[in-house]
Write a protein that binds this ligand. Structure first.
Ligand SMILES: NC(=O)c1ccc[n+]([C@@H]2O[C@H](COP(=O)([O-])OP(=O)(O)OC[C@H]3O[C@@H](n4cnc5c(N)ncnc54)[C@H](OP(=O)(O)O)[C@@H]3O)[C@@H](O)[C@H]2O)c1
Length: 296
């Protein structure tokens, strides 16, 4: 599979988004483990998770424990070489209403979540730790400073930020320096508010990870809203989700994708996008099909 760099890591251009294995509608444990094993068997080497990926009120860090179990039971290779990227600061606490998320960007909290994550994942240092979503009650530099302290203490090997605007990204870059390696934002054909962050990430030498990659494409009105995506997917005889990933990878060499999955078939399909090469004519048609950034 084609690989790309995230700081010190060479990862598959398509990696595994694990959130849907732990939130509402999640599959049973066996299918969840099989889904991760199928992805690793097919060559994926990065799993994206977060402390908050659980059903509200659930006491344990469901996604972390699941990933640990999947890695410990995988017989296809060296599971210690798999990059596990996690996040702190975005929570689903017992008091949250179903579906609601809350933010806590206090430095002490971000450090505590990192410590809990070390225990749940069973590692001495986190491969990659993101500040998940800005808490507007805490100066962004203070939250980023917590990640710098964790990095300097050797508890995280690299840092990331998520759901940021360009100003927040610049602050994080200034505070974290070389420890900052990646940005993760909502970005899809229907959601282009992060165009500027995609560009700035490249300028700063950071990887950019879009999430909800296929947002809207597979909806009932998808073919009407995104005609070129559906036409080209049909011509290539591939799924529109896979085409969306291939399109995102073509936006820059610094892009790495993390499609969501709750079953082996969908992640195995998504992983094929890493090696899809789109022609200039196809790219032009897709770029003309996405919603303008100002309307996203
Ligand atoms: N940083 C953040 O704030 C943030 C927020 C949200 C998500 N994320 C991360 O981004 C990842 C992706 O986001 P997401 O979970 O919302 O998922 P997504 O990529 O938007 O995918 C949603 C669903 O689409 C289906 N799908 C994806 N690729 C497919 C394919 N090739 N063929 C058929 N169906 C396909 C899957 O269905 P099945 O369930 O049927 O397999 C998947 O669950 C998450 O897992 C998480 O790690 C980060």
């Amino acid at each position: 599979m084609k690989t790309r760099r995230i700081g010190p890591y060479s990862v598959g251009a398509v990696s595994v988004g694990a959130m849907r294995l732990s939130i509402e509608g999640r599959p049973g444990r066996e299918q969840a483990v099989q889904t991760i094993h199928a992805a690793l068997d097919a060559g994926a080497n990065m799993i994206d998770t977060a402390y908050g990926y659980r059903i509200p009120g659930e006491p344990e860090a469901h996604n972390h424990r699941l990933i640990r179990q999947a890695l410990e039971t995988w017989e296809g290779g060296d599971s210690t070489a798999v990059v596990v990227a996690t996040k702190g600061g975005h929570l689903r606490a017992a008091e949250d209403r179903p579906g609601r998320w809350s933010q806590n960007g206090h430095p002490d909290h971000l450090k505590l979540v990192a410590e809990w994550s070390l225990g749940d994942l069973g590692v001495e240092a986190l491969d990659l730790y993101y500040y998940h979503r800005p808490d507007l009650n805490v100066p962004y530099a203070d939250s980023a400073g917590a990640l710098k302290d964790l990095y300097d203490a050797g508890l995280i090997k690299a840092a990331g930020v998520s759901n940021v605007n360009p100003d927040q990204l610049r602050i994080a870059h200034e505070v974290l320096g070389d420890a900052l390696v990646v940005v993760q934002n909502h970005f899809s054909p229907a959601h282009r508010a992060s165009d500027a962050v995609l560009e700035l990430s490249g300028e700063l030498g950071l990887a950019f990870i879009p999430y909800h990659s296929a947002g809207g494409l597979a909806a009932p009105d998808g073919p009407a809203r995104f005609g070129a995506f559906h036409r080209i997917a049909a011509e290539r005889q591939i799924t529109v989700q896979r085409l969306a990933l291939a399109w995102q990878l073509a936006l820059g060499d610094h892009v790495v994708t993390i499609p969501g999955t709750s079953r082996p078939a969908s992640i195995l399909d998504s992983l094929k996008a890493a090696d899809d090469a789109l022609s200039p004519a196809e790219l032009a048609a897709l770029n003309a099909d996405v919603w303008p950034a100002e309307s996203a």
